[in-house]
Design a protein around this ligand. Structure first.
Ligand SMILES: NC(=O)c1ccc[n+]([C@@H]2O[C@H](COP(=O)([O-])OP(=O)(O)OC[C@H]3O[C@@H](n4cnc5c(N)ncnc54)[C@H](O)[C@@H]3O)[C@@H](O)[C@H]2O)c1
Length: 360
């Protein structure tokens, strides 16, 4: 099977490599800005699936065109820049009977799956509190630039859409509960940034000449939320936290025990107990909950990280293409839509300075 990988930046390279690791799928690189190559890929009957790894504003038109061409679509997050567009993609994928995935890959760290299975088995008890952060520092300086900074390419939100969406996806996935209402506060520390006159890639530093450009997306967001019937929580999303490179940290506290996980130390899981010693357990498929085992391919002591989460998503996505009866075991477009609904509530809450209900 062949798969077109649209967009050749940070994610385009990660997707191509993870697809190659499957062994059964051949990645076909397509430059995101090359309209003719994109159209040719859609017209090619040998290409069964399309990975969309371009800036956010290009996701909707590309995913729509790919579905209309009958391709299965795996789209990077956020699925679109509005719930309305995301909903249209959910409906189109259903109508065309195409497999569809929003790449919330971070769910698939083995220890995150272990937390999920602990919750399912009742090890945590009733969940009371969920808290954490997704913190990075790559946009700390006024001279740090990326397409995400302007709403034209990134959409109406940056920190909350780019990384906050991963945090909320994980919180809802692991707890099995939904955020029902929230109160958000956003801050854009740099009202203007220095945009390099040349091209600059994600996570790389620009040099040379600059122009000063107004910034209309947030560097930071803080969100308090209600989860399910009774649980409460809060998280921050920041791209200006010096020293934090990719720190998605999540803590879940139930009536029996608590768990805490940090993406910068992905093979470790802290388990907190009131009446016995706390533990730090290390990823080892032999010791993981049964339902989490298939997310770890290597024995204990052999680390598995960020790259491997893509392999886990893609393996399940392509298995579902090969077997049309298979239940999807990966985040679908509906999950991407869910994050845009939460995001819309966050932006409305910030505007209104108050709590906002999140529709289910
Ligand atoms: N799942 C994850 O963990 C994760 C991590 C990083 C980025 N992402 C997502 O992946 C997508 C791409 O991000 P990235 O960090 O790879 O960006 P990038 O800037 O590194 O790469 C973007 C690519 O798209 C091309 N492109 C630029 N403008 C375009 C346009 N208008 N139309 C079509 N193509 C265009 C560029 O030439 C480049 O090849 C984003 O939606 C981002 O949110 C997801």
């Amino acid at each position: 099977m062949k798969a077109a990988i649209v967009g050749g930046g940070f994610m385009g390279r990660v997707h191509a490599e993870a697809v190659r690791r499957l062994g059964s799928v051949e990645p076909v690189p397509v430059g995101g800005r090359d309209e003719a190559a994109f159209r040719a890929a859609l017209a090619n009957p040998g290409i069964k699936a399309v990975h969309i790894c371009t800036p956010n504003a290009a996701h909707f038109p590309m995913a729509k065109a790919a579905l209309e061409a009958g391709k299965h679509v795996l789209c990077e997050k956020p699925l679109a820049t509005s719930p309305r567009d995301a909903k249209m993609l959910v409906e189109l994928a259903k109508a065309r009977k195409c497999r569809n995935c929003t790449c919330h890959n971070l769910r698939y760290y083995p220890m995150v799956q272990h937390m999920r299975r602990m919750r399912e088995d009742g090890d945590l008890g009733e969940i009371l509190v969920v808290q954490g952060t997704y913190s990075q520092d790559w946009l700390l300086y006024e001279t740090d630039w990326n397409w995400r900074v302007t709403s034209t390419e990134g959409g109406p939100s940056r920190a909350l859409a780019d990384i906050g969406s991963h945090w909320c996806d994980m919180a809802e996935h692991v707890t099995g509960q939904r955020i029902t209402s929230l109160c958000a506060d956003l801050q854009t520390f740099h009202k203007t940034r220095k945009k390099p006159k040349g091209a600059v890639e994600t996570f790389s530093r620009a040099t040379g000449e600059y122009e000063t450009v107004a910034v209309d997306s947030e560097d930071f967001g803080a969100v308090m939320f209600r989860l399910g019937d009774r649980a409460r929580g809060a998280f921050t999303a920041s791209q200006v936290s010096a020293g934090r490179k990719n720190r998605l940290s999540i803590e879940i506290y139930g009536t029996k025990s608590g768990v805490a996980w940090d993406q910068e130390r992905p093979d470790e899981l802290w388990i907190g107990n009131r009446n016995t010693n706390n533990q730090v357990i290390i990823k080892d498929p032999a010791l993981l909950k049964e339902g989490a085992r298939s997310y770890a391919d290597l024995p204990g002591g052999h680390s598995e990280g960020y790259d491997d989460t893509f392999k886990q998503v893609f393996r399940r996505f392509y298995a579902s293409i090969e077997n049309p009866d298979a239940e999807p075991e990966y985040p679908e477009f509906a999950d991407g839509l869910r994050q845009l609904v939460i995001l819309e509530a966050e932006l409305a809450s910030h505007q209104r300075h108050g709590w906002v209900e999140v529709s289910r």
